[in-house]
Design a protein around this ligand. Sequence first.
Ligand SMILES: Cc1cc2nc3c(=O)[nH]c(=O)nc-3n(C[C@H](O)[C@H](O)[C@H](O)COP(=O)(O)OP(=O)(O)OC[C@H]3O[C@@H](n4cnc5c(N)ncnc54)[C@H](O)[C@@H]3O)c2cc1C
Length: 498
Amino acid sequence: MTQVSCDIAIIGSGMGGGTLAWALRDGGADVLLVERGDHLPREEQNWSAQEVFGNGRYKNAEPWFDELAGTEFMPGVHYYVGGNTKVYGACLPRFREEDFGAIEHTDGTSPEWPITYAEMEPHYLAAERLFLVHGSPGGDPTEPWRSGGYPYPALSHEPAMEHLSRRFAAQGLNPFAMPMGIDLREGGPCLRCGTCDGFPCKVAAKSDAETRAVRPAVDAGVRLMTRTRVRRLETTPDGRRVTAAVAETDGRAVRITAGRFVLAAGAVNTAALLLASGEKGLANSSGAVGRRYMVHNSTFLVAVDPRRRNDVRFQKTLGVNDWYLPGPHAGRPLGNLQMLGKLSAPMVKAARRWVPVPILRYMTGHSIDVYLTTEDLPDPGNQVVLRADGRIGVRWQPNNLAPHRELVNRVSAAMRAAGYPLVFTERMSIATNSHQCGTATMSADPSAGVVDPGCRAHDLDNLWIVDSSVFPSSAALNPALTIAANALRVAALGALTS
Ligand SMILES: Cc1cc2nc3c(=O)[nH]c(=O)nc-3n(C[C@H](O)[C@H](O)[C@H](O)COP(=O)(O)OP(=O)(O)OC[C@H]3O[C@@H](n4cnc5c(N)ncnc54)[C@H](O)[C@@H]3O)c2cc1C
């Protein structure tokens, strides 16, 4: 067995782990980033819709088990250096200030976080700088306060989005420029291509965790072990300290010892690792490990005007939050509207195999493609489990669906009023779990959560968690900037390095 030792072992190199490694790079500690996947290759196929969506070229996760349906499914996760951000849409909004407090929803209360927006704010600012967020303050009525500007100006709309923005405004809505993490700085490599959301970036212009955090961290001395899957954590006999991560590199056993351990394997895999370690699961005296799994209620909405071509390349520039909080447009929170990356025929063909390609080509050539998200609530019955054979199981009964249906209806009406008479919608299934969170929640009360507000496990002295599993609620916005800001906050608290 190979033995590796370090001061701080971070398991998982995605948004949480990669950002933390970056934050610790100059602190003097010997930091080891342990990643199950390899580097995603930069190659021609990165931008091929047929390869990426039709052939699933970069889908490398094992099947998970749907505990309620009794069937397997292929999860929407990707095991690479940089984690899911290698294929993410780079839409990087902050959660709203209200998201950190309790919010009443149709199906119940979205709980308060044990940290406030004010505590997160400086780290949001730092994360926006690290991930080159382009945005402009002022357009979004729900926007939280900020102590500094966006590092780069918002992306301009292409004509089809400008048209939609005007049509929405004419309906009394407040469309705004979505904050995006791409390198459109002067001389930056971004080409505003049509293959950002869901695709890897061939020119390293997308602010994924590998490009913006892991590579600079490694250049500064952080060690990176790829193709190394951690199977479980071992502890001292009293269970108070993690002593080793038991892993495999290319099938060979590896034992990683460290003074401190950080889990950042993604909400499902972090929970699975804890459940695989110790009889009742590690850090699990509250019984909360794996529970309160959230993923958002989300729907793809395709609105077509058969008379007008949509030649947009970079579609993801517009958002609408008028239905996000109770206010003039909604009595209760409904959620967020943002654009999808421009759909093309091969992307839709993967989900609609029976529809002839020419029809899909016509439709996507004339469509505006929208992504709708409603908050789901942390139900302890929605749970990640480890099956007897070691496979991951997910028990998921979606909740808070009525406001989601209302959001879909309202946006369908708004799109028709904007000049798109044909509207098609599809709600995402258990397999679309890109916004997974909540399986090891943060709480000041050790009987109610897995980690404390500093993200250290209540039950252990030297274990932290910095991925989306610590989220007490899912909000209804993209999670990656909040994951990164929280990792920076945890680093700044200093307990990891003191
Ligand atoms: C198609 C798609 C589009 C998205 N678009 C957006 C967007 O526009 N904006 C946004 O905010 N979010 C978006 N997301 C979600 C975003 O990517 C995730 O929220 C974010 O990456 C989660 O960060 P994380 O650190 O929790 O996990 P990840 O980034 O997934 O990182 C977890 C890492 O741990 C590794 N790992 C897992 N298990 C082990 C193990 N046992 N041993 C060692 N390593 C392990 C994984 O390989 C992975 O690298 C999108 C996701 C997808 C799939």
